[in-house]
Write a protein that binds this ligand. Sequence first.
Ligand SMILES: [Zn+2]
Length: 309
Amino acid sequence: MANIASEFALDVALIDACTTGLEYQNFPVKSQFCLTTSDRYLGGFFKGLKCPGGHTHVQPPENNEEIAPSKLGLIADKLVTGWLRSIEIRRKLDEYIPGIGYNFTTPVPQMPLTSDPQQPDDPNDPIRMLIAAIGAVAKVLTKAEIYANEKAQKAMDDEYYKLQNRGTWDIKRVRERQSVENDALAKGKKIHVGRVFGIGVKKGAELPDDHPDQKYKGRYVFDGRRGYVKDEYNATALFEELGSSPATIESSKIIDFYGLLSGNSQEDADADQAYTQALLRGTETWVILPKEHWPAHFHKYNCPIVPLI
Ligand SMILES: [Zn+2]
């Protein structure tokens, strides 16, 4: 890390862990973090995170998992606060702001979170300020709003039939739920039954109506919430809690880091309907499709379900 920092002329800040709320057995931990950044204002902010003294530290345990942040998210808050301060300083100095440019204006419209005008949102809440600075407001549409808007309806239909035509589920194998469950029980086979539901959003909802950047987007997802997926006994199905989120993959973070360095650039590519490109393995899974997309003959079944492929 030290080599990378000197090669790219990065700022290195040593942060006393106790300033970020890290505790072990209710005492502040005596430890340091290292933050390396190309943003000198952010670096300066983090260099200021030094132990104020006046409290007793404990040595962190060998197994770092036992250390608990006394306030979850405090480190993230500090990062966002530092970054926003950096933006604010650059704006005052008319400096270029990576990802934002020279003409940074704030605040962009925010969705109101309170109906009481006497109680404005805390303007110093870093997470709220971050959202305001980025200002990507996607408004979730109600069923009635989708129904009343042709563009929204088309976005929903396009997405749904794209998935169906790609063979995400097989409508030719439609059966009654009870009969599928009875079969599974008789064969001692594990199955899961869940539902597919749609989400419609208006992207750029903060823009005036019919602005070219305003788009309707439909999504259909498998409802994996606890309690919503049942097994052949109609009991809540248990999934393995896997930490398989791509966002945790270190190599991708390192590539992000490299791309963000001054003079470098970065591109990414999204696989078209990525999850539907792979065949589903593991426990056989059946779904209840949204009623508005049922073919006519589905209505003669009592709770028609189809297999995910
Ligand atoms: Zn301290």
